[in-house]
Design a protein around this ligand. Structure first.
Ligand code: FAD
Length: 401
């Protein structure tokens, strides 16, 4: 059996390892545009000079050799022929019995003519982007970042570490709106401001004009911002361009069932490319699930399992799971002091969301409670422990509530 995997990152690497564990003698070929294995979550540390490429790797040097994986690096897939079961690449064809598409995401670029091609404009997705940002930032006296999601703030953090003071623009009112509530967002925003960053929030961008060495943004209120370096961190979209006309069904991302199988027999997808989640842990779990199914070990992916966001800026860790704010009929329980901010969102006595910033201890516990809909202790919900939820099943065995 020959397994071909497109992509050598969180989903692809995890899948390759799982296949090798379960199928000692199967052939595994990996194809990737990336010519190094690195964690995208650490690119800001590379920009800031805190980590070398070697220190961003998440597999040992001998991973491919030790697992008998034929990794064809620096090879881009241009199409998939599902009838002849072949993958078409920039350096020829590769036949497969089972195919995993783990091609991740690409950065979105606002549809402004000339923006994508402009020398002064970069995104942050790949190592090559981080290298470009570092090189250009060294010479830049004004740096603007569009977007205050995790990627925009990662870029800002890396630049701060370089001694730069970027301006960050966002249409939203609060930073990291997908993973933090207003108060926890303020905590991080204060830290970035203390480090010299300027935020321009609730700002629409009317126009961006680019020249050889700069970009000028015109905002909705008429103000302008000039940047020697403009970093666009305005979201991502699944990397599915090469699947056009292949017969593999895509909506926003590749459509998969609970086994990570596509509509085409023998073809699976995992990671950002499925658009189910845009997180590292989810990509790994999906890669693992797809690989087990490719090996004939029927396994379902638990969509609720990975709905978690985490960040770490200026020594302050944060984690959020589930809902960030209460809707009608739900309540919020907040505790805050100088070193932490924590919030529970409760539906009745059942936690449906948690935010922990500063102190993230017991976040795994709260993730479990939310996933399994276990009610909190009525007297002091923060002090709920697993012991509160023990009960006996019909055979007299302990079980979780
Ligand atoms: C700056 C940054 C910071 C992040 N921080 C966090 C974080 O703190 N926590 C978190 O959970 N997530 C974070 N993420 C998101 C996380 O990195 C992604 O969810 C994760 O990398 C997805 O893994 P993946 O394997 O699906 O795809 P990717 O990591 O995108 O990898 C895709 C792979 O496919 C290859 N590929 C793509 N197209 C082709 C093609 N046509 N032919 C051949 N190969 C191809 C690429 O070369 C690459 O090897 C961050 C992302 C970025 C960019």
């Amino acid at each position: 059996m020959k397994h071909v995997i497109i992509g050598a990152s969180a989903a692809g690497i995890t899948a390759a390892k799982t296949i090798r564990i379960n199928r000692k003698d199967d052939e595994i070929v990996m194809l990737s545009t990336d010519d190094a294995v690195y964690s995208r979550c650490l690119l800001h540390k590379y920009i800031g000079g805190e980590r070398s490429l070697k220190e961003m790797a998440f597999v040992p040097d001998n991973f491919f050799e030790a697992n008998k994986i034929n990794w064809k690096r620096g090879v881009t897939v241009t199409g998939v022929d599902i009838n002849s079961k072949k993958v078409l690449t920039t350096s020829g064809e590769e036949s497969y019995d089972k195919l995993l598409i783990a091609s991740g995401s690409v950065s979105s670029m606002p549809p402004i003519p000339g923006l994508k091609e402009a020398e002064s404009v970069v995104t942050l997705r790949d190592l090559s982007d981080a290298i470009k940002i570092r090189q250009k930032a060294e010479k830049a006296s004004s740096i603007v970042i569009i977007g205050t999601g995790l990627v925009g703030l990662d870029a800002a953090y890396g630049l701060v570490e370089m001694g730069k003071k970027p301006t960050i623009v966002d249409i939203g009112k609060t930073i990291m709106a997908a993973s933090l509530d207003t108060r926890s967002a303020e905590w991080y925003q204060n830290e970035f401001e203390k480090a010299g960053c300027t935020f321009v929030m609730a700002a629409s961008i009317k126009a961006i004009e680019t020249s050889a060495d700069s970009a000028v943004l015109t905002l909705g209120d008429g103000n302008t911002l000039k940047a020697d370096l403009l970093i666009v961190a305005a979201g991502v979209k699944p990397s599915i361009g090469f699947l056009e006309g292949s017969g593999i069904k895509c909506k926003r991302g590749i459509v998969v069932d609970e086994h990570m199988a596509t509509n085409v027999e023998g073809v699976y997808a995992a990671g950002d490319v499925t658009a189910i989640s845009e997180s590292w842990p989810a990509a790994r779990t999906q890669g693992d699930t797809a690989a087990l199914n490719m090996c004939g070990i029927t396994t379902a992916y638990d969509m609720a399992a990975d709905r978690k966001n985490s960040a770490h800026f200026f020594g302050i860790p944060s984690i959020s799971v589930g809902k960030l704010n209460a809707d009608d009929g739900e309540t919020e329980l907040v505790r805050e002091d100088r070193s932490r901010y924590q919030k529970l969102v409760l539906k009745g006595e059942v936690p449906v969301g948690v935010i922990m910033l500063g102190d993230i201890s017991r976040s795994g516990f709260w993730q479990y409670m939310i996933k399994h809909k276990v009610p909190v202790a009525a007297k002091n919900p923060w002090k709920t422990s697993f012991a509160d939820s023990y009960s006996l099943d019909e055979k007299g065995m302990y079980k979780w509530a």
